[in-house]
Design a protein around this ligand. Structure first.
Ligand code: ATP
Length: 233
């Protein structure tokens, strides 16, 4: 039943002018699940998660996050949902510690700043200004900011793009820790091996629709190859 669902998207549609970005997407993400969205450039992944997060209004369709409508119950949704922000929206002259502290102040029970900075591997950059961080470090900071309020549901768009292999593995460990804590994770990815390593189920987006929805193994078996990389690249 829908009570088991942390995220429910029902028949979402979105156009930008003459471009149809999302053409009837429906998804149900179970509580505690790590759910992947996989697809090529322009398949509608980002538009879909923006609608789920309440950052973009669908032309048609409905979204529920833990039973709440992100477009209506904004304050309540903000307390339970963590969204990895576009780092360009962050103030460049603030340090890592200052930014995490600023976001902490929005929540009643934030993760302690130092602990969070350590979790995403930025302890050495704690007093570095945002504008001086590398792309990968900025990305890790944006993930820290998504986690600061101890969300029950987390949306991460391109979690590890631009990270070096070590940082990438650390980020994967962070996801495993979230899963162990019962957090629901919706993960957009280009990286097949990432989805195979982390996700319980995966939706494959093609041209604004769900082409397939299965376990990573199920998708692979269906395609009759040994990995998703072979199947879809
Ligand atoms: P990527 O992997 O490149 O981020 P995606 O699967 O996330 O792609 P979207 O970013 O949702 O896909 O884009 C879906 C379609 O909508 C694309 O054709 C894209 O060019 C178009 N689009 C996305 N955002 C806008 C916008 N703000 N204005 C106009 N068109 C847009």
């Amino acid at each position: 039943t829908s009570h088991d669902l942390a995220i429910e998207a029902i028949d979402l549609h979105k156009r930008y002018g003459s471009t149809t970005a999302v053409a009837g997407i429906s998804l149900g993400v179970h509580r505690g699940e790590v759910f992947g969205i996989l697809g090529t450039n322009g398949a509608g992944k980002t538009t879909t998660v923006e609608m789920i997060a309440g950052l973009r209004r669908p032309d048609a369709g409905q979204v529920r996050v833990l039973g709440l409508d992100p477009a209506v119950d904004r304050g309540e949704v903000r307390q339970v949902l963590g969204v990895q922000l576009q780092s360009s929206a962050l103030h460049g002259s603030l340090t890592v510690t200052e930014l995490v502290g600023l976001y902490s102040s929005l929540y009643p029970r934030p993760v302690p700043t130092g602990e969070l900075i350590k979790q995403v591997g930025l302890t050495e950059q704690a007093t570095t200004r945002f504008e001086k961080l590398s792309g990968g470090q900025q990305q890790r900071l944006s993930i820290a900011l998504a986690l600061v309020g101890r969300p029950r549901v987390v949306i991460l768009d391109e979690l590890t793009t631009g990270l070096d292999p070590r940082a990438r593995r650390e980020m994967w460990r962070t996801i495993e820790n979230l899963r162990a804590g019962g957090v629901t994770v919706l993960l957009v990815s280009h990286a097949m091996e990432e989805v195979e390593a982390l996700c319980d189920r995966v939706a494959l987006f093609v041209a604004g629709q769900v082409e397939a929805l299965d376990t990573p193994q199920g998708l692979t078996d269906r395609a009759g190859v040994s990995s998703l990389d072979e199947a879809f690249v």
